[in-house]
Design a protein around this ligand. Structure first.
Ligand code: ZN
Length: 604
């Protein structure tokens, strides 16, 4: 079909494996080194300094160098995927949340009592002409009388301080929404307290606070005053008007009806359920952490601890100083996610709710190889004004070779075999189709490289000292050492240089010629909020890793796509058993990205 292929996909995850640390190191253990060659398949960018707009390739004495830490990161992430190890590089901490737009059904009032937080149902009265509450703030306790119009259930108020009837002011952002095609202005309200309906958990209040951080208002003052009232309420000095929706035991709160809700299940919860959360206790850790080491400084229960790495990477050096290409302007050097919180949810339907039983994380993020990147980066276009994602970078040419060593220290033979597989991906030839992605610019096709092993030396000790002996190994049988063969298949799928047509890879865009606004595509991919309590619908999800066709359409909201243009297993209605919830996950991601970007700027 026509369309585009998203630059990244997800390697499915299975239940994580964590063991007692000592269990990984049964005798006999092996020590030695692996001599490797890295041959670039596409141009690569390994920048000498992060944070500026004009990058040189990292060099030592004029020679191109790929830092050992960079190689290590690449190999470790593959090793993690192969061994059901933890997602060590995610920063899924306690303050990450999923959220989605959710239409909330009921007005309510939250109050702190001696029994904790309590929710009251409320009756809402609107200010018909939006003229009465100019000098009042959310939470003010006021007198009023009510009225309504014939044939309408909507209640309105007249402000009357002397009236015996009392209620709480709720001021809203005056953004204009559309109902049946007509622009409608949000109305200020009075919430009249009704009966107590629930005691609330601290968590539900903290989710409301989290939601307020994401609250998008045109009028900053309205949002700020709302937050101030929340603070007063938390000190027992006032009542907070809210809109809420209840599902099971969970209450979702927001300042307005048609707005975001923050889910109870956090990213870290999803990882913990699968035992894939970054290892955080010293004696029960995953295989990758046991071999590659771990330093965890945490304020959580377990405190800080460290395990030394038993696998060390030297820098990779290219002896040919003619390897450099000229500098190129990269359309997008950074991926939209700068943070390492890089996973999203999948769900059974075309909606997503992190608190649904069926929701699960999509997997480990990985970039496709571009087997044709000529279209994108062979022109040295001038930096476009206003596009702050643009950067110039010095690249190293395809077919350049780098030498490096991997040192291993007291590891079992099975781990050595797994490491050799992670390096060679089971084919120890330069022409192999199974390649790694390394360095910067992965989304635009940079960084494909083949690692081949030239020699494996194992050190043996005897009375006279030590000897380095060649270790015999067979690339073809290496994969047999993995417990979960599905992981091997998935890794080989995603590292296959020809897995997808590279010319079609680009970030989601509504513009077939590329360069469109990524957020526009996600906006078009959303359906309206129709039903109370249902999270937003999405037309298209990211195809699953093993779907034959990975394309997505440029116009996701065109109703009649003629069948053939709907990607298999990723279309509407959820044909695939567990499709990723692309739209939602990414709209969350994109929003988060903006926020983090902004934070960065603020710091400067
Ligand atoms: Zn781990």
């Amino acid at each position: 079909m026509s369309g585009f292929i998203n630059p990244y996909t997800f390697i499915p995850v299975y239940e994580g494996q964590k063991e007692k640390y000592q269990n990984y190191f049964a005798q006999p253990l092996m020590t030695g080194k692996i001599c490797c060659t890295l041959t670039t398949r596409t141009q690569i960018a390994v920048c000498d300094e992060v944070g500026k707009r004009d990058y040189d390739f990292f060099k030592v004495n004029g020679k191109a160098v790929i830092m050992g830490s960079s190689l290590r990161g690449t190999i470790r992430s593959i090793y993690e995927a192969l061994t059901d190890s933890c997602l060590s590089s995610t920063n899924a901490e306690d303050d990450d949340y999923f959220s989605s737009r959710l239409n909330k059904s009921d007005p309510g009032l939250i109050e702190l009592t001696k029994n904790g937080y309590v929710l009251y149902s409320a009756k809402r009265y609107k200010d018909e002409n939006n003229t009465q509450l100019g000098s009042y703030q959310t939470g003010d306790y006021v007198g009023f009388t009510d009225y309504s119009h014939p044939d309408s259930t909507i209640l309105y108020f007249y402000l009357k301080e002397t009236a015996s009837r009392k209620g709480y002011v709720h001021k809203t952002d005056r953004f204009r929404s559309r109902i049946k095609g007509r622009p409608v202005e949000n109305k200020d309200s009075i919430f009249e307290k009704n009966t107590q309906i629930a005691r609330l958990s601290e968590k539900s209040i903290s989710l409301l606070e989290e939601n307020l951080k994401k609250y998008e208002t045109k009028n900053k003052n309205i949002a700020q005053k709302y937050c101030e009232q929340l603070e007063r309420m938390k000190q027992g000095r006032g009542v907070l008007p809210v809109w809420y929706y209840r599902k099971g035991q969970n209450y979702y709160f927001a300042p307005s009806q048609m707005s975001r809700a923050v889910f109870y299940r956090q990213p870290v919860d999803f990882l913990e359920d699968l035992h894939l959360n970054p290892c955080n206790t010293a004696d029960y850790i995953c295989e990758a952490c046991a071999m590659f080491g771990i330093v965890r400084q945490t304020e959580k229960k377990s405190g800080s601890f460290a395990k030394a790495s038993r696998i060390r990477f030297s820098d990779a050096v290219c002896e040919d100083t003619g390897c450099f290409d000229q500098k190129f302007t990269l359309p997008i050097l950074a991926s939209p996610r700068l943070s390492s919180f890089e996973f999203y949810l999948k769900s059974d339907g075309n909606q997503y709710c992190a608190d649904d039983q069926t929701a699960a994380i999509a997997g480990r993020k990985y970039y496709w190889h571009h087997n044709d990147n000529s279209r994108k980066i062979n022109t040295d276009a001038p930096n476009k004004a206003g596009n702050n994602m643009d950067a110039r970078a010095e690249l190293v040419k395809p077919e350049s070779t780098f030498q490096f060593e991997v040192y291993f220290d007291k590891i079992p033979e099975t781990v050595l075999k797994k490491l050799l597989f992670a390096l060679t991906l089971g084919e120890n030839t330069v022409k192999s189709r199974y390649c790694h992605k390394i360095g910067h610019g992965k989304p635009i096709g940079l960084g494909s490289a083949k690692i081949t092993v030239d020699a494996v030396k194992v050190r043996t000790f005897d009375q006279d000292g030590y000897q380095d002996k060649n270790y015999d190994w067979n690339p073809k049988t290496l994969r047999d050492v993995f417990r979960n063969q599905k992981n091997v298949d998935n890794v080989l799928r995603v590292t296959n240089f020809n897995a997808v047509p590279g010319k079609d890879i680009q970030y989601p865009t509504t513009n077939p010629n590329g360069g469109g606004d990524i957020f526009k595509w996600f906006a078009q991919n959303r359906d309206g909020l129709r039903n109370i309590g249902k999270s937003m619908k999405y037309y298209y999800k990211l195809p699953s890793l093993n779907d034959a066709d990975q394309h997505l359409p440029f116009n996701p909201n065109l109703r009649n796509s003629g069948g053939s243009s709907v990607p298999s297993g990723s279309g509407r209605g959820g044909g695939s058993p567990a499709p990723s919830s692309f739209g939602n996950g990414n709209s969350f991601g994109a929003g988060n990205f903006r926020m983090k970007e902004k934070k960065k700027k603020d710091k400067k």
